[in-house]
Design a protein around this ligand. Structure first.
Ligand SMILES: Cc1cc2nc3c(=O)[nH]c(=O)nc-3n(C[C@H](O)[C@H](O)[C@H](O)COP(=O)(O)OP(=O)(O)OC[C@H]3O[C@@H](n4cnc5c(N)ncnc54)[C@H](O)[C@@H]3O)c2cc1C
Length: 809
């Protein structure tokens, strides 16, 4: 009997695992039952009950008109009453952008060929020339201390340079005088500049992100494009975009800024059709110097001049900042960074209707326009800034940890510091890989809104992690601000990137899974759309297809999760070799588990999942970490499976698998129906927890990669501004590291001689003289030791200021 039960379960399990069509698994089950009937094990009454049960399940499932009548239709009616309303704003956010790889992760069975066959983005010759030319020159011009502490602004020559070389026009097509860079080109510029000055990087980022330029390219009328785009390209116009106000922050659509359709005189012309605007905006980047303001406001037409609708909705217009009634120019003091940022207000400002972006056709469509444009910028600018920060921290904090000695030992050799260094190296590797995959997606035409939320959140949080660890390692050297300090301003800048373009708590706990589940799940959106369909017959057909597909999907993920959990995903096929193959298999396992868990949450919580932000946030963590693993594997393979980089890949994958596991475990522990949580836990993690995170041995290997120059270190930090200028805040560290390494052998001789008592001199100069005198080292070696010593003293020094005036001494 037990054997038959097993055969029965294996048949259902295999059919579900391989996602066979229902007719095939019904047939296979029927065959097993047929053989069982003639095995003589069961008596007649038992057989009648078993067959009755079998037919009760199989007949309706395989006969659509029966299942529609008795299952789908009643359920559809129930759903129509139970489904929460989706507001227009939510609907527009859901409709924006496209789904991409996250849909595969939601499928429980990702198709890796999609990612592996995706060509990595490559810089064009123009982009390379720009990075090696104007960007390099700009980096050398930037003196961040002067900008942030003395001038409170970028110097005029820098502003002129930015305009002259079209830094503000990277996304504008060449036909309008712009640079027309790829997402990779654009990201590479921001990444490189970040290390020199966040003020400069943000100033460059903003016109190339969500704002007038992008909105015009997507929605502008020909007249608007012809007028504004060349002027934006040449820097004649400086743009800003005003969405946020005192009462609308994260809930951006809740603005009280309004426009009333009316007629008035304008520029000497009477009876011009236009809008009278009143607004109050704050935190607007480039606002204080902008010549053209992209403004979001709610449009009303109380006199029905345009049509029947009174409340027209969010609308976007381009407004010359010298228009009468505008108050612009004051500044906010944003975390000690001196990019232009400030409030602006408009009182009874009249603008002609053709200042609406896209003209009359686009009035009331502002929210959709914003949502559609948000994801691309969000996937480029802040991830570039975060990766730039990570790479700089990895390179220069590694150098510092190698040259800074305490207890006669480079601090990087202490296990405690090693842990922090491993986090810096591993997270920088993750950021770089994630940046590259996302850019490859964007450059191949994807516009992934959920993934843009994932990368915005993950990258800025990892930047926070990396910069915090770097601060700890630098100690007082990071705390004491001044021209020699490259870290303090990065530290102060973290909250800015965490807050803008979707504040992180909101993005994690509300957006990523909330939007992802509905957008990327193979059946959920189809079910919702079916429920909303006005034609009942079509609605039933669509709903029936989606519902039964969904049921099969859940059963499949149940058996897949159980089998992959029991077998450790050993027997599935996955691409790559060695460790790469292992991680692809584990990713498939986690994806199946995630698909099952998401469905369980959605089924049990329904619309209220929206308010269960703790669960939604953890599901977002699981989804995000799976995206990072995908990026890591692609990055490693695209870089030619470099054996020396393997510890970085392993550290990053182990860390991400662990975080995926812990996020799911946390959902299971807090599952709204505990018994279901326990059952799912047994299915998903049948043999304890599979992942323990990166171990100490890996951490050691990864941390050591930062302490010595190597091709791996160069690959990890590729694309930042490199300098070994001893007078530069960062360059002095690289310079000292090089000198320390050149002197390493000679220093060892000197150290050994001191240890065994051959040299008794107490101070540095006498010890060197003594060592030369006793022929322990020669003059050349003495010079190397002295040069390393001088370079190290310079590199570890901090700024001093007089009591008055705060001028460096
Ligand atoms: C330096 C800087 C530059 C900026 N540049 C511009 C610009 O150029 N143009 C522009 O229009 N705006 C700009 N902003 C505004 C920025 O987009 C907002 O600051 C951001 O939307 C957050 O709004 P808030 O600061 O009012 O915070 P709030 O919305 O008050 O949020 C406070 C906290 O509550 C959390 N929170 C809010 N709602 C939820 C929720 N439902 N679930 C969970 N958590 C939630 C948030 O995550 C955040 O942690 C800028 C801001 C800064 C600081």
């Amino acid at each position: 009997m037990l054997t038959w039960l097993l055969i029965f379960i294996v048949t259902i399990g295999s059919a579900a695992y391989f996602r066979l069509p229902q007719i095939i698994w019904s047939g296979a089950l029927g065959l097993v039952l047929f053989l069982f009937t003639f095995s003589g094990i069961a008596n007649l009454p038992s057989l009648v009950i078993i067959w009755a049960l079998f037919l009760l399940v199989v007949v309706p499932i395989n006969l659509p008109h029966i299942r529609q009548k008795y299952i789908s239709e009643p359920l559809l009616d129930f759903m129509r009453n139970a489904m929460p309303n989706i507001s227009q704003t939510e609907q527009e956010a859901l409709d924006a952008g496209k789904t991409w790889w996250e849909a595969d992760l939601f499928s429980g069975k990702p198709d890796y060929s999609k990612i592996r066959d995706l060509p990595p983005s490559k810089l064009s010759d123009d982009e390379k020339a720009f990075l090696d030319g104007p960007v390099e020159e700009l980096c050398a011009m930037l003196d961040d201390w002067k900008i942030t502490q003395e001038d409170y602004d970028l110097p005029k020559p820098v502003w002129d340079f930015l305009k002259q070389h079209k830094f503000f026009a990277m996304i504008i097509p060449k036909s309008y005088g712009g640079l027309e860079f790829s997402a990779l080109g654009h990201s590479s510029v921001v990444m490189k500049v970040t290390g020199r000055s966040i003020t400069a990087a943000v100033t460059i980022m903003v016109p190339n992100s969500l704002g007038p330029g992008e909105l015009l390219m997507h929605y502008g009328t020909e007249q608007q494009k012809d007028y504004y785009l060349p002027r934006l390209s040449s820097g004649e116009e400086i743009p800003c975009f005003g969405l946020t106000g005192p009462e609308n922050g994260s809930d951006a659509g809740a603005m009280s800024d309004s426009g009333i359709v009316c007629r008035d005189s304008f520029n000497g012309e009477d009876n011009v059709l236009g809008i009278r605007l009143n607004w109050e905006k704050r935190y607007i980047t480039l606002g204080p110097v902008a010549t053209v303001l992209g403004l979001a406001f709610k449009l009303y037409d109380p006199e029905h001049i345009l049509g029947d609708k009174e409340d027209i909705g969010i609308t976007l217009a381009l407004i010359k900042t010298d228009t009468q009634g505008i108050d612009i120019g004051n500044r906010h003091f944003a975390s000690n960074h001196m990019f232009m940022n400030g409030p602006n207000r408009g009182k009874d400002v009249f603008i002609p209707l053709d200042w609406v972006i896209g003209g009359e056709d686009y009035i009331g469509k502002g929210w959709t326009m914003l949502m559609n444009c948000l994801s691309d910028g969000r996937a480029i600018s802040l991830p570039a800034l975060s990766t730039g920060a990570g790479k700089n921290m990895a390179r220069y904090t590694g150098a510092y940890a190698r040259i800074r000695k305490q207890f006669k030992t480079p601090i990087g050799y202490f296990e405690g510091v090693e842990e922090a260094l491993a986090e810096i190296a591993g997270n920088s590797y993750i950021m770089n890989a994630t940046r590259e995959l996302t850019l490859a997606g964007l450059d191949s035409g994807e516009s992934p809104s959920v993934i843009s939320g994932i990368v915005k959140y993950q990258m800025t949080e990892r930047m926070r992690n990396v910069v915090n660890h770097a601060m700890d390692i630098h100690g007082g050297h990071g705390i004491c601000l001044g021209p020699k300090n490259f870290l303090g301003r990065a530290y102060q800048g973290i909250p800015i990137s965490i807050t803008v373009e979707g504040a992180n708590i909101l993005t994690r706990s509300m957006i990523v899974f909330g939007q992802g589940a509905l957008r990327s799940h193979p059946f959920l959106l189809k079910e919702v759309e079916a429920v909303k369909h006005p034609d009942r017959e079509v609605s039933i057909n669509l709903f029936d297809d989606a519902l039964f597909g969904h049921v099969g999907f859940i059963i499949s993920n149940f058996f897949r999760s159980l089998w992959l959990g029991l077998s450790g995903a050993r027997f599935i096929s996955a691409p790559g070799k060695g460790k790469v193959n292992y991680y692809y298999k584990q990713l498939t396992r986690m994806s199946s588990a995630f698909a099952l868990l998401s469905d369980a949450c959605v089924l049990i919580l329904g619309g209220s999942l929206k308010r269960k932000e703790k669960l939604s946030g953890r599901l977002a963590d699981a989804l995000s970490n799976m995206y990072l693993i995908t990026a890591l594997l692609k990055h490693y393979e695209d870089q030619g499976n470099q054996a020396e980089d393997l510890p970085l890949l392993q550290w990053a994958c182990e860390d991400s698998l662990f975080k995926t596991q812990e996020a799911m475990k946390s959902v299971l522990r807090n599952f709204p129906v505990p018994v279901v949580g326990n059952i799912l836990n047994m299915v998903i993690f049948p043999l304890t927890k599979p992942y323990g995170g990166a171990n100490d041995k890996l951490g050691h290997k990864v941390a050591r990669l930062l302490l010595t120059p190597s091709p791996t270190r160069d690959r990890l930090t590729k694309g930042i501004y490199l300098t070994d200028d001893p007078d530069d805040a960062m360059g002095r560290l690289e310079h000292a590291l090089n000198k320390a390494l050149e002197a390493e052998d000679a220093e060892r001789k000197l150290r050994d001689a001191i240890r065994i008592g051959l040299i008794k001199a107490k101070d540095f100069d006498s010890a060197i003289r003594d060592a030369i005198g006793q022929s322990i080292i020669n003059q050349d070696e003495a010079d190397k030791i002295t040069a390393a010593h001088t370079a190290t003293l310079n590199a570890i020094s901090v700024d001093e200021f007089s009591h008055t005036g705060w001028k460096p001494q």
